[in-house]
Design a protein around this ligand. Structure first.
Ligand SMILES: [Zn+2]
Length: 220
């Protein structure tokens, strides 16, 4: 597990700056966290990323769910689902949340993304679910996100945005970029016609190939 160091805190800031530079995020709406030996490190609420220093990153001690936050700012308003995901999922050590344009547009339709491309397999199944709507920052949103992430490493949040998870920050960022691309491609295909959906067997074959021979993801 990663330690709570200045370097690890800096990787969170770098991730936020990268997300804004690539269009994966706008302004301060997204948030990023990493599970460490001392607790959950998470972006502060409403602080421009370009002004952020490692000391501004907030530590939620222990499992992060006590409500205690160590740092000079309030934690991201979405700290609940970050901490809840780590508690529920031993395989996840970094969580990225964003309001990227295409994923958010899809979330407005409140529909799951079906297996319209084999890359759906990198999210753990044959779909990317869309969590039921709940108010931002709420316990209900956290509960809905956890349900949508069951056996998955990414989901949409109804009328809100997306969550991407990984064994480390690099993997979570990679999945966030892939989910946004998938939503863009799905949107484009739907605007021309009705996309084909891979069968369950075809998705299973893809997942076997990814896990055994041809891994497409950056190793955590
Ligand atoms: Zn949000």
């Amino acid at each position: 597990m990663q330690k709570n160091t200045q370097d690890v805190r800096q990787t969170i800031i770098d991730a936020c700056l990268w997300m804004n530079s690539t269009g994966l995020n706008q302004g301060t709406s997204g948030n990023v966290s990493i599970r460490t030996d001392e607790g959950v490190l998470i972006t502060p609420s409403s602080l421009p990323y370009e002004d952020m220093t490692p000391a501004d990153v907030i530590l939620l001690p222990g499992d992060g769910l006590s409500g205690e936050a160590i740092g000079p700012h309030r934690p991201s308003s979405e700290w609940r689902f970050h901490a809840a995901i780590y508690k529920e999922r031993a395989d996840i050590h970094s969580v990225v949340h964003s309001h990227s344009t295409y994923a958010t547009a899809m979330s407005m339709l409140r529909r799951d993304i079906p297996s319209v491309h084999y890359m759906i397999g990198i999210f753990g199944g044959d779909s990317v679910r869309c969590a039921d709507y709940a108010h931002y920052g709420s316990q209900a949103l956290s509960d809905n996100a956890l349900a949508a992430l069951k056996d998955r490493t990414g989901c949409l949040l109804g009328t809100h945005g997306m969550i991407a998870c990984g064994g480390d920050l690099k993997q979570a960022l990679w999945r966030a970029g892939e989910l946004e691309a998938l939503c863009q491609q799905y949107h484009l295909a739907c605007s021309i016609g009705e996309p084909h959906v891979l069968t369950g067997k075809q998705v299973e074959e893809v997942r076997e190939r990814m896990e055994t021979g041809y891994g497409v993801w950056p190793k955590a």
